[in-house]
Design a protein around this ligand. Structure first.
Ligand code: NAD
Length: 288
């Protein structure tokens, strides 16, 4: 397959490198110039003649700007596969523009982070026509271990932000419970042994335990170096709240998690730390 890959940052560069082992990949990024990839001089040049154009960009505004450059250059029937995490409205607008030009569009944000991108073990949650999803399935199989078709355009982004809203809320709940347990004199190992096998269990404690030295190895064991950075969690929580406002959905815990991560990243010491560093934050605080 002939692939254009636009946005060669922390995620895009390793994803493109994995695809280039099996397909003809031409990349573009205004800043990053990975040495192991054939590069074009513009996004439009990378998109011309491609069967599939993949974008991996910071946000919906950049996605819309790049889509306006690449869609006119793409050949009829080609697929625009956007793997960025963006707002649902931008994903749906870009899909509608693609369709109007005779292109196919799939929004397929990922989970798995930079390690998953490097190892080809990402999970994709995809929205868009089933036929387009099937067409890019072989690429999902190279870049990832699982791809779920979630329905129409924008539904991939919807699935991603709903999942990450649950993750943000359960991580905060787990961290505040550990901090309460500390103050009640409960040993962290005992707390883990009980909760991880009881009704308080979740991925946040069982697979990504925020307490150092307890449970499986996680960023807590590496001084809370990300991992999944608190600012990326804040980005996804904000997207969940933008979507909740637009859809008139009541999400009080999502809103509280967004406010806590905003304080943590923007007025405390959370920037550059893993999102599980909420545990030392709560452990060092008193009741307001
Ligand atoms: P990044 O900032 O490292 O990479 C983004 C790249 O886009 C940069 O290299 C930048 O130069 C490029 N870019 C910006 N404007 C451009 C333009 N007009 N044309 C072409 N390229 C342009 O970000 P990242 O960590 O690679 O994340 C990419 C996306 O994946 C984001 O939407 C992010 O939320 C999502 N994501 C990231 C992670 C993670 O762990 N890093 C995990 C899951 C999802």
């Amino acid at each position: 397959m002939k692939i254009g890959f636009i946005g060669l940052g922390n995620m895009g560069a390793p994803m493109a490198a994995n695809l280039a082992l099996r397909h003809d990949v031409t990349g573009f990024d205004p800043v990053a110039r990975p040495a192991d990839l054939t590069l074009a001089d513009s996004a439009a040049d990378a998109a011309r003649h491609a069967d599939v154009v993949i974008t991996m960009l910071p946000d919906g505004k950049v996605l819309q700007a790049v889509a306006a450059q690449i869609h006119p250059a793409m050949q009829q029937g080609a697929v625009h596969l956007d793997c960025s995490t963006v707002d649902v409205d931008s994903a749906r607008a870009v899909a509608a523009q693609a369709q109007a030009r005779g292109l196919l569009a799939v929004d397929a944000p990922v989970s798995g982070g930079t390690v998953g991108a490097a190892n080809g073990t990402l999970t994709f949650m995809a929205g868009g026509p089933r036929a387009a999803f099937d067409q890019v399935q072989p690429l999902f199989a190279i870049m990832g271990q699982k791809a779920v078709h979630c329905g129409a355009a924008g539904n991939g982004q919807a699935a991603k932000i709903c999942n990450n809203m649950i993750l943000g809320v359960t991580m905060i709940a787990t961290c505040e419970a550990f901090a309460l347990a500390d103050k009640l004199g409960l040993d962290r190992q005992a707390m883990f042994d009980v909760v991880s096998t009881s009704s308080g269990a979740s991925w946040s404690i069982n697979s990504y335990c925020p307490a150092p030295g307890i449970g499986p190895v996680s960023p807590a064991d590496n001084d809370y170096k990300p991992g999944f950075a608190a600012e990326l969690m804040l980005k996804d929580l904000r997207l969940s709240q933008t979507a909740a406002v637009a859809a008139d959905a009541d999400t009080p815990l999502g809103a509280a998690a967004t406010a806590l991560y905003a304080d943590f990243v923007e007025t405390e010491d959370g920037a550059g730390r893993d999102f599980s560093a909420m545990l030392p934050r709560f452990a060092s605080r008193q009741r307001p």
